[in-house]
Design a binder for this molecule. Structure first.
Ligand SMILES: [Zn+2]
Length: 317
């Protein structure tokens, strides 16, 4: 993936670390154990909740399941030292995005949202509304409760923010989960979370709340649809333009798509269960298997239209 060096990035869509959201209230009492993040299994999490957390965007859908990732330090020491330190103000152009992990995230957020601004009204008649990304280190307060550095990225429907700790990519996706990583793998993660925002706009996100778990559950259908939406964006990624008509992303190769597939596979419920439990328990799936996640990402990528992502209507999930 290469950004067009001349593309102009819109930093207003992203907030970085120390920048606490102004609309948030005081920290919820009880820290990780209280507030809006009901945690199955309690603060330490059972193995079930641990598995939930590592998966991309789990919290995304319901604001539940927050916990610490096993094997990562409870604090923010190792995790926070990993990401680059580019300031938001330094992310001005596609050239900056080509040279900084953080600026690449800004460019990806810009591209994903610019895609939906056109695609959503075109295909559904619904207007798209922007959702900011809050990148944080250590912890931050959200309308869905406290977010910690050890959590994977998630979308909070209550405040319509995507929350991301950049250390996730180094420590988890490319570390414990064993994905190859790379800019387009990270772009897939970002696009997946914005897929949840689109679901929220369309009123589909609530399907996860009563969805339970298991390979054909509402939760899995919501997650696979977000993967499909990420694929939709990938299909159009090299044609999405900034406000001056310059494409954000000038090059996307087959190798890039493979990196997204690799990441989607690494966060499959079965892969994570094998890795953490040594066995697979389909009934506790909330995001879908590696095979399902790859297939729905590719469905969006190959078909390129929203209608192909109806994971709620299909008999073959
Ligand atoms: Zn998700």
């Amino acid at each position: 993936m290469k950004f067009n060096p001349k593309a102009r990035l819109d930093t207003s869509q992203v907030r970085r670390r120390g920048g606490q959201r102004t609309s948030s209230g005081s920290p919820l009492p009880g820290g990780m154990g209280g507030g809006g993040f009901p945690m199955p299994g309690g603060a330490g999490g059972g193995i079930g909740s641990i598995i939930l957390v590592i998966v991309i965007g789990l919290i995304a859908t319901q604001c539940t399941g927050a916990s610490n990732i096993p094997g990562l330090p409870g604090g923010d020491s190792d995790v926070s030292s990993a990401p680059d330190n580019a300031s938001l103000e330094a992310c001005l152009t596609g050239d900056d995005a080509n040279n900084s992990q953080f600026c690449a995230i800004v460019g990806t957020v810009n591209s994903v949202q610019a895609y939906w601004v056109d695609a959503l009204p075109d295909q559904t008649g619904q207007e798209y509304r922007q959702a900011q990304m809050q990148e944080f280190t250590g912890g931050t307060t959200t309308e869905c409760g406290e977010a910690s550095s050890a959590m994977g990225p998630f979308y909070c429907p209550a405040d319509e923010y995507v929350y991301l700790e950049l250390g996730f990519f180094d420590a988890m996706l490319e570390g414990q989960l064993g994905a190859e990583g790379g800019p387009f793998a990270e772009a897939y993660v970002v696009a997946h979370e914005y897929g949840h925002h689109v679901q929220n706009i369309l009123g589909d996100l609530s399907n996860a709340q009563s969805g339970g778990s298991g390979p054909e559950s509402g939760s899995v259908r919501v997650e696979l649809q977000a993967d499909c939406y990420a694929g939709l964006w990938a299909n159009h990624a090299t044609t999405v333009e900034d406000e001056n008509g310059v494409v954000f992303i000038s090059e996307l190769t087959e190798a890039d798509i493979q990196l997204a597939i690799d990441a989607a596979s690494a966060v499959g419920d079965d892969r994570i269960q094998e890795r953490t439990q040594g066995q697979v328990n389909k009934e506790s799936w909330t995001h879908g298997s590696a095979e399902q996640r790859i297939r729905w990402f590719m469905t969006g990528y190959e078909k390129g239209d929203l209608a192909s992502c109806d994971t709620f209507a299909t008999a073959t999930l």
